[in-house]
Design a protein around this ligand. Sequence first.
Ligand code: TMP
Length: 211
Amino acid sequence: MPMNNSSQCPRFLTLEGGEGAGKSTNIDFLRRQLVAAGVEVVVTREPGGTTLGEQLRALLLDTGSQLCDDTELLMMFAARAQHLEEVIRPALARGCWVLCDRFTEATYAYQGDGRGINLERIAQLETWVQGELRPDRVLLLDLPVAVGMERIGGRGGPDRFEREAQAFFQRVRDGYLRQAEADPERFRVIDATVSLARVQQQLNAAVADLL
Ligand code: TMP
């Protein structure tokens, strides 16, 4: 990738996808690509990214937590408010890019389509917590639910989300794809079923115009 002056134009990028889509490997790849292009980048994640956010994440993922759907939704946005205040807005203001492993598009997919919370309520919280701020580019790693489940099968004990039934993850996938279809300016759908090298080619192409 060419060197550039993109640090003068901070960008907010997010990586999304169902379970087992390969976000962790690919976020690291993207970070290296951006650094190689001369971009100063802050890599972070949701839920999490701050001390409080990581505490909320632990509660959200703990299979022992008894959370009703609205509580889960509000905890996602509580973690997000803290994350925006402590990490994301300051980084963008400093001229850094932000590369975030999941953001509000995950809330629409998981709490909206997955749990069945009215998307309009999520939109209200989005505006309340974020104001006008939205990711400039959402990279959606897409793959069939069964393939993702097989990939995570070998990991440790499932967390509170990973325990959900296949039908839940199908709604999540469909929800993500609907968002992508409705907002092609911001979303790029990456076929995550192909080899890592081909996934990474797609990721490069999906951010090339921003650099
Ligand atoms: P991870 O798998 O990316 O580490 O994320 C942890 C889980 O949190 C994952 O199962 C998706 C879920 N999640 C939501 O349900 N809503 C959200 O808004 C976010 C950011 C994550």
